[in-house]
Design a protein around this ligand. Structure first.
Ligand code: CA
Ligand code: CA
Ligand code: CA
Ligand code: CA
Length: 548
C-alpha cells in the first residue's frame, strides 16, 4: 500500500460575506459614496503597481493581475493607508482617515480632500489592507489565502500539501469578501523534489472598476460610488437570492429580466467553467442554450464554480454587463476525472467500496473487474453484465453499499438520463458520465456517493483502458466544494501509458484515499494523495499490477 501524505480539509470555506458597508442601497439618490466622478477607473489615490496597469478593461471584467502596492506617501484621501511594522515582526495595517498622520511612520495622509462631503466615509469605506512587501507571507503567519503584501501572488512562501485546494483572493486583502468580490481557488503543487507552493489563484471575482449597477464592483465598501449614477439594471453579488446554488446535471435558468428591466435590443450570455474546462476547452463541462436570448439555460455537468457574464445591449448601443459566480453543489462525495485526450482515448474511473482492499482486477484484463467497487461495469444506469469476465453474459448486480437511493433530479439531466428514468431513481454510488468513446467522448467521468456515512474511506483509481499516453486530472468535491485536485500541471502523472486494458491490466493510477466527515446533512473530506511504496513524492502508478 502506498505511503500517504495528508491533505487539508475542504469543509470550511470562507463565508460569502456581503459588503461590509453599503452607503446607499440603490443610487437613486443621484450621489453616492465618494465624490470622485466617473465609473471607469480605480480610486485615483491608489497608484498602479510598478510597470503595470491597475485594472484596465471595460465592462467585460477587468482583472487586477498585480494589485496596487500600499500607497505609502501618497497624497491622502479617505482611502489612504499607512503600514507600519511592529517590532514583533507582524505587519500592521493602519487606516488613515481624514488625512491626519497616525504617527510613527511619517508617511501618508497629506492633502486629501476627496472624502469631504461624500456620503461614504470610513469605516464603511474599507482600506486596501496591503502590508509592506514581504519576501514570504509565511514569515508573518499570513498563510491565509490572501495576497497580504499585494505583490500579485497569494501565500508565496507558504508550505502546503500537493493536491490541496484552498480559497484565495488576488485583490487587495481589505477587499476580500467585500461587495462583488468572490474568492477563487488555488492548488498546491510541487516546487522541486522537496518543496511545495501554492499555484496560481484562478477564478473568483476580483475588484473591477466601479460600474453603475447597484453592486460594489471595486469592493471598497461602497455601492456605485461615483457621481450621477442612475442604475438601469442590478447586478447580483455573492449571497444574492437571485443566484441560488445549482446542482450538477440540472438545468439552471439565467433570467436576464432578474437583472435588467429597461429596454434592450440584444442579450448575450457566456459561461466559464472550472479546472476540467481549462484542460479541455473544446468539450466544455456544461451546455449553454439560448445564449443570445433574454433567458438562457446553463446545464453544468460538474460541481464547482461557473462564472456567468450577461451583456445587454441598450437601444443607444451601450452595454450593461454583469458577471457573477454560480456555485454548482452536488451533495456528498463527487470524484471527477478529466483528461485532455478524452476525445480519442478511454480512461476509466474506479472507486473502491469502503473497507475493501481487494485487487482491482481478478484476471488478466480490465474486463475482469472486481465488483466490490464502483466502475463502468456495475455503477452506470445500464449494467454491463456481458462485458465482465471470466463468465461472459454473467449477471452483474448494481453496486450497493447500503446507501439510500437518490431522487432522479440528481442524474436525469446527464447523458444516461433516460436510462436512469427507466431505473426509477439515481443510484448511489453512481457513475453518471462515462467517457468510453462509444456512448460518450470528450467528457469528464465522475462517480458520486450522494450520502456517504461518517468516517468512510474511499480509494480512487484511474485505469488507462486504451493504453496510449494520457494526463488525467482528478478533482474531489465534498458538498460541492473542491477539496483536492490531483494530476494538474505542473504535477502531471508521468508515464501513464501501457498495454490496452482489453488484453492486459495496463497502467493503473491509485490516486488518493478520501475520508468523509459527516455532520447532519453536511459532508466534508480529508484527502490523502497516494504515493508509490518506494517514494514519498511519486504518484502510485503501476503496469500490469492489479494490487489495491
Ligand atoms: Ca503576496
Ligand atoms: Ca497570505
Ligand atoms: Ca465601490
Ligand atoms: Ca457598482
Amino acid at each position: 500500500m502506498g505511503d500517504a501524505g495528508v491533505l487539508v480539509l475542504g469543509s470550511v470555506r470562507s463565508a460569502w460575506a456581503v459588503g461590509l458597508g453599503v452607503c446607499v442601497a440603490l443610487s437613486s439618490l443621484g450621489s453616492a459614496c465618494s465624490s470622485r466622478s466617473g465609473g471607469d477607473e480605480l480610486p485615483s489615490n491608489v497608484p498602479p503597481p510598478n510597470g503595470a496597469s491597475a485594472g484596465a478593461g471595460g465592462s467585460g471584467g477587468a482583472r487586477i493581475d498585480a494589485p496596487p502596492p500600499p500607497p505609502v506617501g501618497a497624497a491622502g484621501g479617505e482611502k489612504s493607508v499607512v503600514v507600519t511594522v511592529s517590532t514583533g515582526g507582524k505587519p500592521v495595517v493602519v487606516a488613515n482617515s481624514g488625512g491626519s498622520d497616525p504617527g510613527g511612520s511619517g508617511a501618508g495622509g497629506a492633502g486629501g480632500t476627496s472624502g469631504a462631503g461624500s456620503l461614504c466615509q470610513p469605516p464603511a469605506l474599507v482600506v486596501p489592507g496591503c502590508v509592506q512587501a514581504l519576501e514570504s507571507e509565511s514569515l508573518v503567519a499570513l498563510c491565509n489565502g490572501s495576497d497580504d503584501d499585494c505583490d500579485g501572488s497569494v501565500d508565496e512562501g507558504c508550505k502546503c500539501d500537493p493536491g490541496a485546494v484552498q480559497p484565495c483572493f488576488l485583490g487587495e486583502p481589505g477587499r476580500r469578501h467585500v461587495g462583488a468580490c468572490v474568492d477563487g481557488e488555488q492548488v498546491c503543487v510541487r516546487n522541486g523534489e522537496l518543496e511545495t507552493r501554492w499555484g496560481e489563484c484562478k477564478g473568483g471575482i476580483l475588484p473591477k472598476p466601479e460600474a453603475c449597477d447597484t453592486l460594489d464592483n471595486d469592493c471598497n465598501g461602497c455601492v456605485d460610488d461615483f457621481d450621477d449614477c442612475k442604475p438601469t439594471g442590478s447586478c447580483p453579488g455573492p449571497g444574492d437570492p437571485r443566484i441560488p446554488t445549482g446542482q450538477p446535471l440540472a438545468p439552471y435558468p439565467l433570467r436576464g429580466r432578474d437583472f435588467f428591466m429597461g429596454d434592450a435590443t440584444g442579450w448575450s450570455w457566456t459561461v466559464v467553467g472550472g479546472p476540467c474546462d481549462a484542460l479541455n476547452a473544446s468539450s466544455p463541462s456544461f451546455v449553454l442554450t439560448d445564449a443570445s436570448s433574454e433567458t438562457a439555460t446553463l446545464t453544468p455537468k460538474l460541481s464547482g464554480d461557473y462564472t456567468v457574464t450577461m451583456t445587454v445591449t441598450l437601444p443607444d448601443g451601450s452595454l450593461f454587463t454583469c458577471t457573477w459566480i454560480v456555485h454548482i453543489q452536488g451533495p456528498g462525495l463527487r470524484v471527477e476525472m478529466c483528461y485532455p485526450e478524452s476525445s480519442t482515448q478511454d480512461l476509466d474511473l474506479y472507486l473502491k467500496q469502503p473497507g475493501k482492499t481487494t485487487p482491482w482486477f481478478t484476471g488478466e484484463a480490465q474486463f475482469s473487474t472486481s465488483l466490490d467497487q464502483c466502475c463502468w461495469a456495475n455503477c452506470e444506469a445500464n449494467l454491463r453484465g456481458g462485458s465482465v469476465m471470466p463468465a461472459p453474459m454473467q449477471p452483474v448486480t448494481r453496486a450497493d453499499w447500503g446507501y439510500p437511493t437518490s431522487p432522479l433530479a440528481l442524474c436525469q439531466g446527464g447523458p444516461q438520463g433516460p436510462s436512469w428514468q427507466s431505473v426509477g431513481f439515481c443510484a448511489s454510488p453512481r457513475l453518471d458520465i462515462d467517457n468510453n468513446l462509444q456512448e460518450g467522448t470528450g467528457l469528464p467521468e465522475n462517480i458520486n456517493v450522494d450520502a456517504p456515512r461518517e468516517g468512510e474511506t474511499f480509494r480512487i483509481m484511474v485505469a488507462n483502458f486504451t493504453g496510449a499516453l494520457s494526463h488525467p486530472l482528478v478533482n474531489v468535491y465534498c458538498d460541492g466544494h473542491r477539496t483536492a485536485t490531483i494530476g494538474a500541471a505542473p504535477d502531471q502523472v508521468p508515464n501513464f501509458s501501457g498495454t490496452s486494458g482489453s488484453i492486459s491490466i495496463g497502467a493503473l493510477w491509485r490516486v488518493a484515499d478520501v475520508t468523509t466527515h459527516v455532520t447532519g446533512t453536511q459532508t466534508s473530506c480529508t484527502v490523502s494523495v497516494l504515493h508509490a511504496p518506494a517514494s514519498p513524492t511519486a504518484f502510485d502508478v503501476t503496469y500490469d499490477d492489479p494490487r489495491f
